[in-house]
Design a protein around this ligand. Structure first.
Ligand SMILES: Nc1ncnc2c1ncn2[C@@H]1O[C@H](COP(=O)(O)OP(=O)(O)OP(=O)(O)O)[C@@H](O)[C@H]1O
Ligand SMILES: [Mg+2]
Length: 241
């Protein structure tokens, strides 16, 4: 479903991904692990077509994703319907004037009927326990509340693949346990989950695979999550624990 072939990406003169090869099948739950600055967020931005590779090829559901393909408005909408993204920094994601409008935004873009939009928004606000904030301006929320709203707005779209960048950041312990169970349930219901994380304490049981980046922006291991997590020597050597 997702295929990255020999992908490299450089911000101006700073390498962020160096010859990355990844193949992710439908229904997988993949953790993206690595030290600060290793390229995890860059990989997720690339998967979501926020940036495009300098070298290599990104294939999604059999189509190559590049600026040309996404100029087709119909395809762009379809792509964003299939693939959802929870950003590392919620402030880059939230731009509407109320929480309700924020969660409704993508659904309005999809052209869904108003009753369906209202139902989906209410369900997702309830699910993430932010229904009481629906009239608030997202800017005035706490960091954890913003994160919950960002997650609600992605889930409302019901994408087949959900990519998340450090979703546990700023969430309290109860919220983290809830989010862990939610990701497990979403994966069980058939969704593909791709998630960058440092938060090993709260993510047990979510992932079947780990892709590990090194400080020099290469993938150094692609293995079962269990194998990676029990290899303490490896994790210490590469500055992961
Ligand atoms: N907009 C940008 N402009 C220039 N350099 C950038 C930009 N975004 C990221 N970088 C650089 O690209 C490299 C990879 O960054 P990236 O954000 O992908 O790391 P990360 O693995 O997500 O780190 P973290 O664990 O801190 O979130 C880093 O060296 C970073 O400084
Ligand atoms: Mg990051």
């Amino acid at each position: 479903m997702i295929k990255l072939e020999s992908i490299s990406f450089t911000y101006k003169n700073k390498v962020a991904l160096d010859n990355v090869n990844v193949h992710i099948k439908e229904g997988e739950a993949v953790a993206i692990i690595g030290p600060n600055g290793s390229g995890k967020s860059t990989l997720l931005k690339l998967l979501n077509a926020i940036i495009f590779p300098n070298q290599g090829k990104y294939m999604f559901d059999g189509s190559e994703i590049n600026q040309g393909a996404l100029k087709d408005n119909k395809y762009l909408k379809l792509f964003h319907k299939k693939l959802g993204f929870v950003f590392q920094n919620s402030d880059t994601q939230l731009f509407c004037s109320t929480v309700f409008e924020e969660v409704a935004f993508g659904l309005v873009q999809m052209g869904l009927p108003e009753a369906e939009i209202n139902k989906r928004v209410c369900d997702c606000l309830n699910l993430l326990n932010v229904d009481k904030l629906k009239e608030e301006h997202p800017y005035n929320l706490s960091g954890g509340e913003k994160k919950r709203v960002a997650i609600a707005s992605v889930l409302a779209m019901n994408p087949e693949t959900i990519t998340l960048d450090e979703p546990m950041n700023g969430i309290d312990p109860k919220g983290k346990r809830f989010l862990r169970d939610l990701l497990i349930d979403l994966n069980k219901s058939g969704k593909t989950i791709i998630c960058a994380t440092h938060d090993f304490e709260y993510i047990e049981g979510i992932f079947n695979r780990a892709i590990v980046f090194s400080e020099d922006h290469k993938i150094i291991r692609d293995d079962s999550y269990e194998n990676v997590l029990k290899d303490e020597e490896f994790l210490r050597k590469y500055n992961i624990i």
